[in-house]
Design a protein around this ligand. Sequence first.
Ligand code: KG4
Ligand code: ZN
Length: 337
Amino acid sequence: KEGFLTLGIESSCDETSAAVIKDGKEVLSNIVASQIDWHRKFGGVVPEIASRKHVELINPVIQEALEEAGVSYSDLNLVAVTYGPGLVGGLLVGIAGAKAIAYAHELPLVAVNHIEGHIYSNFISHPELEPPLVCLTVSGGHTDLLYFEELGEYEILGRTKDDAAGEAFDKVARVMEIGYPGGPAIDKLAKTGDLEAIELPRPLIYDDNYDFSFSGLKTAVLNYINQKQQKGEDIPKADLAASFQQAVVDVLTSKVVKAVKAKEIGQVLLSGGVSANSHLRSVLAAELKQLGVKLYYPQPKLCTDNAAMIATAGYFKWKLKQQIAPYALNADPGLRL
Ligand code: KG4
Ligand code: ZN
C-alpha cells in the first residue's frame, strides 16, 4: 500500500472507533461502534458500562478498520490514540490497544488531545484549509472558542464555565423526555416549533469576554416545565425545543462574531457533536456571510466522536514532531488544550 498510513484509535466516551488515514487527509476507513443502545435507558453515558464495552469492541473495530482499508499491520507507519480528555476507563482501553500495536509492529505512537482531534476533523472535510482560523468546538464535554495562526498553537479565547453546550442539549432533552442523545432529538423537534414562543435567558451574551455558561439556561427550562406541570398544563415541546435551541445558538453566534471582528479573520471552523446542529449551522453561516466570513464544518460522520479525526491530528503532530509518546503513556482524563 502506498502513502503514509496512520491508524487512529478513539475511546474517550461511548464510541469505540478505529480508522486508517492516508497521508493525513484521505480516509481509507473510519469504523465507529456506538454504545448508545447500552446507555440510553440510563439517560446518559455510564462510565463502567462504557469501559467494559470498549474492552469488548476495541479489537474487532481495529480489525474491521484494517480490512476495510485493505491494509495489514505491516503497512502502517504510525499509531495515533486519544489520551484525554474523557472517561479514564475508556481512554485506558484505547491506549493499551495502541501501545500493543505500536510495540509489536515497531511503530511510533502519537498521543492526541480529543479536542484537537475535533478541530482536525475539518481538515479532512476541507483539505485546503490553512490558518489563521477561529474555531468553535462544541460537544457533549466541551465548549471552547479558540484562535490559531499555526497548527498546534492555540490561543483559548473562552470556554464554558459550567455545562458544555451538548450537555445542555442532552439534559434539556432528558427533562422533556424526548430521547437520548438529546442534541439530534431537539434539532428535529425544533423544526416544527416557534423559536420565539418561550422567553429564555442568554447567559453571558453581553459580557465582555468569550466565555459561555449553559447551566442557568438548563435551569430556566426546568423551571418552565415545573410551572406548567403545577398548573396542570401541557408542555409545548416543539416550541420549548425551538426556543431553547435559539437561546444556545444566539449565545454561540454572538461570541463567534465578536471573535471574528477582534481577530479580523476570514474563516471560521465549527467542530464537535453540536456542530451537526442544523440551526446553528444556518444561523452562524448567515451571520458570518454578512461579514464576508466563510464558515466550515465537518461532514456529519466527522462531527461526532470518530477515530479518523484522531488519526489526522496524530499525523500532523507527527510531522511537527509533537506529542510523540513513550510506551509509558497514561490517560489524562482532565486534559486541556
Ligand atoms: O463530539 P461528541 O460526539 O462527543 C463529545 O466529545 O462530547 O458530541 C456529542 C454531543 C452530544 O451532547 C449530542 O447531544 C450533541 O453532541 N449533538 C447535537 C447534535 N448532534 C449531536 N447537538 C445539537 N444538535 C445536533 N444535531
Ligand atoms: Zn468529542
